[in-house]
Write a protein that binds this ligand. Structure first.
Ligand code: GRF
Length: 204
């Protein structure tokens, strides 16, 4: 399906798209042996759509409004299958996926979460961590299962939390690490043999 060891990726997003840019740049530089063949968003005004188009990546909106979760996902799956997508990267995609979608693509669905899971799942993770008073925060790249931020961990990167940090400064430093972590995780998944041992993702 994909030539010369190049995996066909799709990115699903709902907003800014800075992780999309980080992945796309890493693919272009040859650091990740993959090509982003499609970007899908549930939000028509997601800035990430424009980031994709600027790079010549096909980008489409699949609105969720008025559809059941499953019907929306059937439309996503149809678009992904048409583009012969092998891996799905969530990058700021603000909807939980149902078992319908997960069963179609697991274990080749990846997400980045802006906290050291299993701490602080869900929304505003950086603020949750800051309010809790952690001294070390970070981000997690994980495979996606049907739970909320519960899938097997691929890799994590840390940042120290300073006395002067605010949720905003902490988020910005975590985001820098996300942009390193996501391409690094994809490179490992695509170039090294790995297996799942329970919920532990083990690189051979
Ligand atoms: C990131 O903080 C990511 O960890 C979270 O959503 C945000 C997406 O940012 N899941 P961007 O759209 O990639 O800039």
């Amino acid at each position: 399906m994909s030539g010369a060891g190049t995996a066909r990726l799709a990115v699903l997003l709902s907003g800014r798209g800075s992780n999309l840019v980080a992945i796309a740049d890493a693919c272009r530089r040859g650091e990740v042996p993959a090509e982003i063949v499609l970007v899908l968003s549930n939000k028509a005004d997601a800035a990430g759509l424009e980031r994709a188009r600027e790079r010549g990546i096909p980008a489409r909106v699949v609105p969720a409004k008025g559809l059941s979760r499953e019907e929306h996902e059937r439309q996503l799956i149809a678009a992904l299958e048409k583009a012969q997508v092998e891996w799905v990267c969530l990058a700021g995609y603000m909807r939980l996926l149902t078992p319908l979608f997960i069963e179609r693509f697991f274990p080749r669905i990846v997400n980045v979460h802006p906290a050291l899971l299993p701490s602080f799942p869900g929304v505003e993770a950086q603020r949750q961590a800051w309010e809790y008073g952690v001294k070390v925060a970070g981000c997690t790249v994980h495979l996606v299962d049907a739970g909320c931020d519960t899938g097997p961990i691929v890799l994590q990167r840390t940042v120290e939390v300073g006395e002067d940090d605010t949720p905003e400064t902490l988020s910005a430093r975590i985001l820098e690490q996300e942009h390193i972590a996501y391409p690094t995780a994809l490179r490992r998944l695509l170039t090294r043999p790995w297996r799942l041992d329970g919920r532990r993702l083990v690189f051979e």
